[in-house]
Design a protein around this ligand. Sequence first.
Ligand code: GDP
Length: 314
Amino acid sequence: MALDENIVVLIGGVGGAKLALGLAQVVAAERLTFIVNTGDDFWHLGLKICPDLDTLMYTLSGLVDPETGWGRANDSTAALQSLATNYGFEPWFRLGDKDLATHLVRTDLLRRGHTLTDATACLTERLGIRSRLLPMTDAEMPTIIETKDHGALGFQEYFVRHRWQPIVTSIKHKDCRLAQLTTAARHALRNADIVLIAPSNPWLSLAPILAVPGLRAFLAGLPLPIVAVTPIIGGAAVKGPTAKIMSELNIEISAASVANFYRNMISGFVDDCRNEAFTANGLRILRADTLMTDLSAKTRLAREILAWIKGWTR
Ligand code: GDP
């Protein structure tokens, strides 16, 4: 397949990174751009931590921990242990020693006045990544989780400290009015031939990206295929709180609900062959095996999706 299209992927962390790795096998790196959720980002011990950007960076550079799908392989936690034993810090957020290097460099760049877009470009270049990783915005736009019993929680408080157990009543994007689509993201989208929405958590990973002012309208005006991939397989999430949040927000747990969440924006939807088939007005649907258990499954799915989209215009 001649893959001469520019592909932009809207993406979160671990689930999305599986498809990202598959795409990286079949698309030339310079034709691949990722617009990444930064709603999970936070400041911790004076460091700026960007979990989804880090997961993608480590995945695409081959440094990721293959067991977890996040963090660095063969990392130690000496600094974290010292923070706990010598300084009394509660080590609720895992920071590996090698991983700390990323946070230190990023924080230093930000403190010296670079934008997150520039800091990310610097990190990815050093890690030998030739695809572009773009934060969804350079402003801080933290996701706030309103919960039934614990009130409003910062994203990592909810996700890591409370292990996503609190019942979610609503999800907010703090300071989103102050954020804007970056010039780099706008440029990537303007030059895109295909936009993909990764099988990331729609409510925690994609909703923040789509809340960046102007992005939805900008996407709606693009005359190109925009295709989302289901994160729901066999009526459940592969991992993480996607299905739990859907039930707490009274959304039916199905791929159809996910497609409905992206309605008016997508022209195609990749559903999993294990899900109950559905149709939606004017929406092209590919039924495929979307479970990405290993590199060959990731690569096969990426190839199948792109071949399907290319077939639209033949
Ligand atoms: P996080 O930011 O690390 O939580 O990860 P994402 O938001 O990118 O992805 C979480 C979603 O990925 C979950 O809803 C999972 O159901 C979905 N997911 C994980 N692995 C797979 C897979 O192999 N195939 C599909 N279709 N979805 C997956």
